[in-house]
Design a protein around this ligand. Sequence first.
Ligand code: TXA
Ligand code: MG
Length: 323
Amino acid sequence: MTRYKTQDIVAHLGDNPLTHWQNGALVVIPTETVYGLSADAENGDAVARIYALKDRPRFNPLIVHVGSIEIAKQYAIWNASAEALAQQFWPGPLTMVLPLQPGAPVSDLVTAGGDTVALRMPHHVVTLELLRAFGRGVAAPSANRSGRISPTSSAHVRVEFGDACPLIVEGGDCVIGLESTVIDITNAKHPSILRPGYVTENMIINALGSKINVKHKASSPPTLRAPGQLQSHYAPQLPMRLNVTQVAPEEALIAFGPTPIEGAKRTINLSERAELKEAATKLFHVMRELDSEEYKAIAVMPIPDEGIGEAINDRLQRAAAPQ
Ligand code: TXA
Ligand code: MG
C-alpha cells in the first residue's frame, strides 16, 4: 500500500469534510465536549487510521457519533431507557453503550470485536449538520495521542499531531471541555455509569426514574465493560499532586475558589467564584498550559466532589496516576 503524507491527502481531497469521510480519510471535528478524530464508522480501513494516528490500543473501542436516532437504531438494539435518555440529553454530552445490532455495518475495530456499541449525538451545530449530511455514523475518540489530555481547541489538536494532522473543522473552544458521560444501558433496567461527565448520575436518575446501580471510580481496576478506562489517562508530562493545602515554590498551582494557596511559581484559578462548570470547561486547557519544564510538578487544590465535580476529580485522578 502506498503511504501518503497527511498534507498530500488534505491537498488532494480539498477542504470538504464529507469528501474526506467518503474517501476513508480522517477529519477532526468539534463537539461541545472535546475535539474528536473522526472517520466513517462503516469503513474498517478508515477506522484503522484513527488507531494508528493516536497510537491507541486496539482493545479500546470507539464512540460512534450520529446525527439522528434513526441512524443510532441501525447500529444498536434500542430499548426504553435509551429512548428516554436520548429524548432528554441528545444532542448532548451523553454516550450510551447498547447491544450491537446483529449485522450492523459498523467496523469490528469500532467495537473492538465486542457485542456492544457506544453511541452519541454531539451538540455542535456544524458537526451535527455534517453528520446529517453524511447519513452514517462516524467513529471518533478524542483528538489526542493515546493517554494524553483531550483537546478543547483546534490549536491543541495541531500541537498533538503536528505535520500528521488531518483536516480540522474549526468549531471554536469546546463549551463543556470534559469528555461525555458514558453509560452502559445494555440492560435497560440496570444502567451503570462507566465514565462520569457533565450529565451526572442524578440527572440520569431523574430522566429514568430508576436507580443507577454501579458507579465507576478511577481508583478501581479497569473492567471489561469499560475497556478504555485505564487508570493512567489524560496525563500531562509533569507529575500531579492533588488536594494540596501547601505548595512548593518550584510548582505550578491549579487553584479553585476565592482564596488560592500562595507561594507557587505560577497559579491559574479554575474558578474564582468556585463554579464547577467553569472549572470543568477550563481544566484541560489549564493542564496543558502548566505542563511545562519551567515547573517541577502541578499541584491542584481540592475540588468539591459533587455534580460535575465528580467528573473533574475523575480526570484529575487519572492524570495523577502512575504512568
Ligand atoms: O466526549 C466524548 O465522548 C469525546 C467526543 C469526541 O465525543 N470522545 C471521547 O472518546 O472521549 P474516547 O475514545 O476518548 O473515549 C471513549 C470511551 C473510552 O473510555 C472507551 O473505552 C469507551 O468510551 N467505550 C467506547 N465503546 C465502548 C463500548 N462498546 N463499551 C464500553 N466502553 C466503550
Ligand atoms: Mg480519549
